[in-house]
Design a protein around this ligand. Structure first.
Ligand SMILES: Cc1cc2nc3c(=O)[nH]c(=O)nc-3n(C[C@H](O)[C@H](O)[C@H](O)COP(=O)(O)OP(=O)(O)OC[C@H]3O[C@@H](n4cnc5c(N)ncnc54)[C@H](O)[C@@H]3O)c2cc1C
Length: 371
């Protein structure tokens, strides 16, 4: 590692790797540091929407990306407790990745392009005044621009004083597929006050998990066990893995120094919890912004739409998870396979409609089906 770089990226997950790949292609002097050694695991259900797939294709260019996916699904099913409300075909199938392999492939891609990735690099301290990173093993490096891509509990939150109650916490388990067979991506409502349970097919395994707004008193593992038992599965709780995820936290990046940008997990979707798309997209945006005269300003402009989606989504989240409204919505949605397909394809899959454009979405749906 050199003693100084124009740009240092902290974290080599999807955000950091996407940022590194884009920086490497632009020929900008930089390095990426990660405290982990790849391949490393990451708690995640691994669902890849169409908008995330598009970025993956861009990052891997001519390479065949099919090898990255362990499963694809052409249907989404919604449940209220055990009652199946909807089984909706998807216009474009969703893909599923094993995060250990996917993140490793991204890191590998970065390396193949000649990127400098320093694994096992734990940052002990950041001296924002001197633009210096102090690593736990005594190494020190200087940066002109610093990019955080270090996940849900980013070191940036110390500066930002983020409240953990703004985050969600998720617990999941990967079970042998025959224990909970499904070909569709299944979402179960009515088990949690501010979240949902998912069951996603993953090749030989199935990912069963739940996420809910963080509350110290909630027994997330107990909730997952109860769900599995209700579905006839006796879980091996030693297989449970858990992690925080942002769930509508709008990060005020202006509180960070002008040469510091936060990418990745600050932008996850407040309803679905999707973070892969935002992570890669914000990583790419940060790298692209470094070509501008005032990178941070350029970056904040680039992430404006995503910030708006997160902010609006947070408002929708409050309504969506209010018990009375959710019950009404679930009742309304029952049997509406075509509407759920349309919603997924035009909102979740590609953000053609933002959360503030729900009226437009319904109007477009009605127009399409002459209702
Ligand atoms: C239970 C659960 C299920 C989810 N399911 C989905 C899903 O199905 N689809 C989806 O799109 N999103 C999902 N998400 C969200 C998604 O996992 C995250 O949004 C995504 O991983 C964020 O990517 P990232 O690169 O920002 O951070 P990460 O993937 O967390 O990577 C951060 C990297 O930074 C490194 N790091 C951290 N701190 C330091 C440090 N101090 N010094 C050096 N390195 C550091 C870490 O080792 C890590 O490699 C889920 C999240 C959870 C918790």
């Amino acid at each position: 590692m050199k003693s100084s770089y124009d740009v240092v990226v902290i974290g080599a997950g999807p955000a950091g790797a996407a940022c590194g790949i884009t920086l490497q292609k632009s020929g900008i002097d930089h390095c990426v540091l990660d405290k982990a050694t790849f391949p490393r695991g990451k708690t995640c259900a691994g669902l890849v929407t169409g908008k995330a797939l598009k970025l993956i294709r861009e990052l891997f260019e001519a390479e065949d990306v099919d090898r990255l996916f362990c499963e694809k699904s052409e249907t989404i099913s919604l449940y209220r407790k055990e009652e199946k409300l909807v089984e909706a075909p998807l216009a474009r199938p969703v893909q599923l990745v094993n995060r250990r392999e996917f993140d490793n492939a991204l890191a590998q891609r970065y390396r193949e392009l000649g990127g400098e990735l320093y694994e096992g690099s734990v940052i002990r301290d950041i001296d924002y005044g001197a633009n210096q990173l102090h690593l736990a093993d005594g190494r020190v490096t200087e940066y002109k621009q610093l990019i955080f891509a270090d996940g849900a509990l980013s070191m940036a939150h110390k500066q930002l004083k983020t409240d953990k109650r703004d985050l969600a916490f998720g617990v999941e388990a990967y079970l042998p597929a025959e224990q909970f067979p499904t070909e569709s991506v299944d979402i179960y409502f009515d088990y949690l006050p501010n979240g949902y349970v998912w069951v996603f097919p993953h090749g030989d395994t199935v990912c069963v998990g739940l996420a809910n707004l963080y509350d110290k008193g909630t027994d997330y593992r107990g909730l997952l066990t109860a769900f599995l038992k209700e579905h006839g599965v006796t879980p091996d709780t030693s297989q449970y893995i858990g992690a925080f995820l942002p769930y509508g936290t709008v990060i005020d990046q202006k509180k960070l120094p002008p040469n510091v940008m936060l990418t990745g997990d600050g932008f996850a979707d407040p309803i679905t919890g999707e973070g892969l798309y935002m992570s890669m997209q914000t990583g790419i945006y940060a790298a692209q912004a470094l070509k501008a005269d005032v990178p941070k300003e350029d970056y904040l402009n680039r992430v404006k739409r995503l910030t708006r989606i997160v902010r609006d989504g947070k408002r929708v989240q409050k309504l969506f998870f209010s018990p009375s409204i959710q019950q009404k919505l679930l009742k309304k949605v029952k049997g509406k396979n075509r509407f759920v397909s349309y919603y997924f394809d035009s909102q979740v899959d590609d953000y053609r409609f933002e959360y503030r454009e729900m009226r437009e979405l319904i109007r477009a749906y009605k127009k399409k089906y002459h209702k």
